[in-house]
Design a protein around this ligand. Structure first.
Ligand SMILES: [Zn+2]
Length: 274
């Protein structure tokens, strides 16, 4: 069974209209705070899942390599994933696996770093980095909606070092950790399900970025295909509700985890842990 540690990699500010798509402001503002510029604070939450012989990092925050390019998002309280791992008592060399849910900068910037001679290298030298082949194809031939959110520096050094491991379908990373593919937000986004003594913890990434995004129609305008997001989210939430998953929200600035429950023909977050 895995032990779960939550890592806070910092915050960015994103426009509330973009985060909540077609949902009117008076509705989303009851669930999620915004400042006078209509900006919502978004966490960049990661997870370290450990057993005696496995240390798996899920997502890596935005890192510190592209601060100039993403200043629009007003990042603050940033912490690089390699620093967080050290604070939890591990060396970067002890991380056995890194799962990148997808390649948007706020999820994978910490996957690589500049070494002492200024060369870009993987932040975790012995880890196998897991990514879907669909997401890799998306990186190689980016669409216009996503191209400004993806930086080659965050993933090419991983490819060049031979540490990138691409998957085509739902895959057991190891006993107790499953990677599942979901479309909608971005092609082949990975969702990670981890067995713990307290049941299954699921890391849905941007499929369900905050607890406010649990209801099916609450879909971010950043998603490349809203209808696909809706049906993919429904597929995930049906499983999450039936199996009693604890969801870890990557972007919720207040609610770190919750369960989900069915309400009429929809879902809501329950048992929130703030
Ligand atoms: Zn994101």
């Amino acid at each position: 069974m895995f032990d779960i540690k939550i890592i806070e990699a910092g915050y960015i500010m994103a426009d509330g209209g973009a985060m909540f798509g077609a949902i009117p402001k008076r509705a989303w503002l009851r669930k999620y705070a915004a400042d006078a510029d209509n900006l919502c604070p978004l966490a960049m939450r990661c997870v370290l899942a450990t057993t005696a012989d496995r240390r798996i990092l899920i997502d890596a925050g935005m890192g510190d390599k592209h601060l100039d390019k993403v200043s629009y998002y007003r990042p603050y309280d940033l912490k690089c994933a390699d620093e967080s791992v050290k604070e939890l008592g591990y060396t970067t060399g002890e991380i056995t696996d890194v799962v990148l849910t997808h390649l948007h900068f706020d999820h994978c910037g910490g996957a690589t770093r500049k070494n002492e001679s200024g060369r870009l290298v993987p932040s975790f030298p012995n880890a196998r980095y897991w990514l879907s082949r669909k997401q890799w194809a998306n990186f190689l031939k980016p669409n216009r909606l996503e191209k400004d959110s993806v930086f080659a520096d965050n993933i090419l050094p991983v490819y060049d070092s031979g540490q990138l491991h691409l998957i085509d379908e739902d895959t057991l990373l190891c006993d107790g950790v499953e990677l599942q593919l979901f479309d909608g937000h971005s092609e082949g986004q990975l969702v990670v399900c981890i067995n713990t003594d307290d049941g299954v913890y699921a890391f849905p990434g941007d499929l369900v970025p905050t607890s406010a995004h649990v209801p099916l129609e609450w879909i971010s305008a950043y998603d490349i295909c809203a209808l696909t997001s809706l049906s993919e989210k429904e597929r995930f939430l049906a499983d999450a509700e039936k199996k009693g998953y604890t969801l870890v929200y990557c972007h919720d600035a207040k609610v770190k985890t919750s369960k989900v429950k069915r309400l009429n023909d929809d879902y809501i977050a329950s048992d929130k842990d703030k």
